[in-house]
Design a protein around this ligand. Structure first.
Ligand SMILES: [Ca+2]
Length: 180
């Protein structure tokens, strides 16, 4: 029994270490608490220091055209990734969080991959958590996280707490909630 207990502890210690490794957020400056460094931004993108899900956020305005903020992140190949973001969109139904694929480190060739995944806002004028689960296609070595405010909205979208996590352990059918 004692040995079994030790083994259990060792196993769960290993499990926690593995979970922590896989749960690492791959996004630089995910919270926008001190600015928007680390993000490539278009016109209509600005730091909003006084409003956010928590502290500062990224503000995209599409009042004079589509606004975007992107980040290009190196990945492995043949794996599954989960991207999330807190979003306060003034347009319900807007496609605001996208995961695109690239082979180049500046993500300049995302158009070469026809497959992309996105999540749309459901509510308006309220913070919601959006999630995109995406399997990398063959040949992709970078993910472009794209925060997006289309000119069809012509209003404001705020983003906070962006994350990208490697999800292979779950993709393989492992469910940590089934372990008692
Ligand atoms: Ca924040």
């Amino acid at each position: 029994m004692y040995t079994f207990s030790l083994l259990r502890k060792a196993f769960f210690g290993w499990l926690l270490a593995v979970s922590a490794a896989y749960a690492q957020n791959l996004v630089s400056n995910p919270t926008f608490d001190d600015g928007i460094d680390g993000w490539q931004t278009s016109a209509g993108a600005e730091w909003m220091p006084t409003f956010g899900y928590e502290k500062g956020s990224l503000h995209l305005s599409s009042r004079s055209g589509t606004a975007t903020a992107t980040q290009c992140i190196v990945i492995g190949s043949g794996n599954t990734y989960v991207a999330t973001a807190r979003v306060d969109s003034h347009c319900a139904g807007a496609r605001v969080l996208s995961v695109l694929w690239a082979t180049t480190e500046d993500c300049s060739d995302t158009a070469d991959f026809t497959h992309g995944d996105f999540a749309s806002s459901v509510a308006a004028f309220d913070w919601e958590l959006l999630t995109v689960t995406a399997a990398s296609p063959a040949g992709a070595h970078f993910i472009q996280i794209r925060l997006f405010d289309a000119d069809t909205c012509a209003d404001d979208v705020f983003f906070d707490d962006v994350s990208l996590q490697y999800d292979d352990i779950f993709y393989d059918g492992f469910d940590p909630h089934s372990v008692d």
